[in-house]
Design a protein around this ligand. Structure first.
Ligand SMILES: CC(C)(COP(=O)(O)OP(=O)(O)OC[C@H]1O[C@@H](n2cnc3c(N)ncnc32)[C@H](O)[C@@H]1OP(=O)(O)O)[C@@H](O)C(=O)NCCC(=O)NCCS
Length: 436
C-alpha cells in the first residue's frame, strides 16, 4: 500500500492526506478533500494548456516523446508505414487489431460505398469564394454534413456510430478534392470506386480530360504513407477539441469539424503551410544563419520545429525525409529540401535549439513533398486532416465507451472583481485604454 500512495501535508491546517497514485498520476478530484475549513470548496489543480494533465485513458496511440517513439495500438509507426496501407491502419485504429485479408477487403469495399457526397453539399461548396482557404471550406463542409445525416445524433447507438465512421472516412477525400478543384475553377471529379483510397483521391484532384488518372505508384504510395503518419497522435489540440465537443454528445460531423478547426491553427496542423512560407522567406542557404539569429532573438519561430511531447527527433519527420527522396525520383527535386536540410543541420548544432530540445516535427518536411506533388500550401493542412479523421473517429468511439468520461468541463480560478453595483451611465468611466 505504501507504494500506491503518497502523503500531502497541508501546512495551513497541519493535516496530512494519503493520496492514491493511479497509473502514475494523482486524481485531481482527490485534491478536493484538502480544505482549510468545512466551507472551503477544496483544492483544485491548475494546469493551463494541459502541460501535465492526463485527460483520459487511451489504448490507441503511444508516444514516448523523450525517446522519439510513436506506436498505434502497439505497432511501431515505422513498421506500419513500411508494410500497411492507410485504410489498413485506419481499421487498426478503429478496431484495435490489424485486419485479416478478408476483413480488409470488406472494409475497403464498405468505405468505397460512402465516397459520394449529396449534390446539395456540392452546392454549399460552390458558394465559397474562389480564394477561400481550403481549410475553411473543409471545416464548414464537415459541419454541414451534420445537416444531411440527422441520424448521426444517436451517438450511443453502435450501428449509428459505425455508419458515420464509414461516411466520414469515405467522404473526406471527396470534400478535400472538391475544395481543391473549386479553388482552381475546375469541374468536380466524382469518386471512382474501382480505385484505391489514395488513387481515387488523386483521380478526383488531378483528372482532366482522360477517363481515369493513372496515378504514379511511387506518388500514390508516398501519399498513403503520409496519411499513415498523420492518422493519429493521441491527445493533441485537435483531438482534445474533438473529445471536448463529443463529450457533450454532439454528432461526429460537428465534433470533427471542430477538431479540424483546431488543426488549422499555425501552431498545430497549419504549421506545414507556415514552413513553406518560411522557406520561401529564407530563399537561399546563405540566408539561414541570419534567419536563425532572428528566431533566437525571439522575432519568430522556426516553423516545423519543436513539439509539446517530442523532446527528440519526431519519428514521423524521419520517415517523411526518406519519403521525400523517393518522391523526388519521380517529380523534380524541390530545391526547398536542400534549404530545409541545411536549416535542420544548423539548428540541431545550435545551443538555443539543443537546450530547448527543439527537433524537426512532422510538418517540417511534409510540405516539401506536397509542393513537389503539385499542391499549393493552402492545401497542406487539408492533406493532414484527411487521415486524421480516422484517428479522431477512434478517439470518439473510445470516449463514448469510457465509463470514466462525462461532459468535459474545466474549472477556473476567478480573478475578476468582487460583487459591485451597477452605477448610472453618466457616472461610469468605461474600460481603461489597456483593456482588451
Ligand atoms: C509546437 C509548439 C507549439 C509547442 O509549444 P510548447 O510545448 O508550448 O513550447 P513553448 O512554446 O513553451 O516553447 C518552449 C521554448 O522553446 C522555444 N520554442 C519552441 N518552439 C520553437 C520554435 N519552433 N522556434 C523557436 N523557438 C521555439 C520557445 O520560445 C520557448 O523558449 P523559452 O523557454 O526561452 O521561452 C512550438 O514548439 C511551436 O510553436 N513550434 C512551431 C510550430 C509547429 O511546428 N507546430 C507543429 C507542431 S506538430
Amino acid at each position: 500500500m505504501a507504494d500506491e500512495t503518497f502523503t500531502i501535508h497541508d501546512h495551513r491546517t497541519g493535516k496530512s492526506y494519503d493520496t492514491r497514485i493511479f497509473k502514475g498520476t494523482v486524481r485531481a478530484m482527490d485534491l478536493r478533500q484538502i480544505k482549510t475549513d468545512p466551507e472551503d470548496f477544496g483544492t483544485m489543480s491548475y494546469d493551463p494548456a494541459f502541460m501535465n494533465t492526463a485527460s483520459c485513458q487511451s489504448a490507441i496511440t503511444f508516444i514516448d516523446g523523450d525517446r522519439g517513439i510513436l506506436r498505434y495500438r502497439g505497432y511501431p509507426i515505422e513498421q506500419l508505414a513500411e508494410h500497411c496501407s492507410f485504410l489498413e491502419v485506419a481499421y487498426l485504429l478503429l478496431y484495435g487489431e490489424l485486419p485479416t485479408e478478408s476483413q480488409l477487403k470488406e472494409w475497403v469495399r464498405e468505405v468505397a460505398l460512402h465516397t459520394m457526397i449529396h449534390e446539395n453539399l456540392k452546392k454549399i461548396m460552390d458558394g465559397f469564394h474562389h480564394d477561400a482557404h481550403r481549410m475553411g471550406i473543409l471545416v464548414s463542409t464537415l459541419a454541414a454534413l451534420s445537416t444531411f445525416y440527422p441520424d448521426a445524433k444517436n451517438v450511443l447507438d453502435p450501428q449509428v456510430r459505425r455508419l458515420q465512421t464509414l461516411r466520414l472516412i469515405g467522404k473526406v477525400p471527396t470534400i478535400a478534392a472538391f475544395a481543391y478543384r473549386h479553388s482552381l475553377g475546375l469541374p468536380y471529379v466524382y469518386p471512382d470506386n474501382d480505385l484505391g483510397y489514395t488513387e481515387n483521391f488523386m483521380n478526383m484532384l488531378w483528372r482532366m480530360s482522360e477517363p481515369k488518372l493513372v496515378a504514379n505508384p511511387v506518388l500514390a504510395r508516398a501519399l498513403d504513407v503520409l496519411f499513415i503518419l498523420h492518422a493519429d497522435h493521441e491527445q493533441n489540440c485537435g483531438t482534445n477539441t474533438l473529445r471536448t465537443v463529443a463529450s457533450a454528445h454532439a454528432d461526429p460531423f460537428v465534433a470533427i469539424a471542430a477538431a479540424a478547426a483546431a488543426l488549422s491553427g499555425p501552431l498545430h496542423g497549419g504549421a506545414n503551410e507556415e514552413v513553406l512560407k518560411m522557406l520561401d522567406e529564407i530563399g537561399t542557404k546563405e540566408n539561414i544563419p541570419a534567419f536563425i539569429e532572428h528566431v533566437k532573438a525571439g522575432k519568430g519561430r522556426l516553423m516545423g520545429f519543436g513539439h509539446r511531447v517530442y523532446k527528440n527527433y519526431d519519428p514521423r519527420a524521419r520517415i517523411i525525409k526518406r519519403t521525400a527522396e523517393e518522391v523526388f525520383k519521380v517529380t523534380q527535386r524541390n530545391p526547398k529540401l536542400d534549404i530545409a536540410i541545411e536549416l535542420e543541420r544548423i539548428a540541431l548544432d545550435d545551443e538555443y535549439f539543443v537546450k530547448r530540445k527543439l527537433y524537426p516535427n512532422v510538418d517540417f518536411y511534409s510540405g516539401i513533398i506536397y509542393q513537389a506533388m503539385g499542391f499549393k500550401p493552402e492545401m497542406f493542412t487539408v492533406l493532414f486532416a484527411i487521415p486524421r479523421v480516422a484517428g479522431w473517429l477512434a478517439q470518439w468511439q473510445e470516449l463514448l465507451l469510457d465509463p470514466d468520461q462525462k461532459i468535459s468541463r474545466p474549472r477556473q480560478i476567478y480573478i475578476g472583481h468582487d460583487k459591485r453595483d451597477v452605477i448610472p451611465i453618466d457616472k461610469r468611466t468605461g474600460p481603461k485604454a489597456t483593456s482588451a
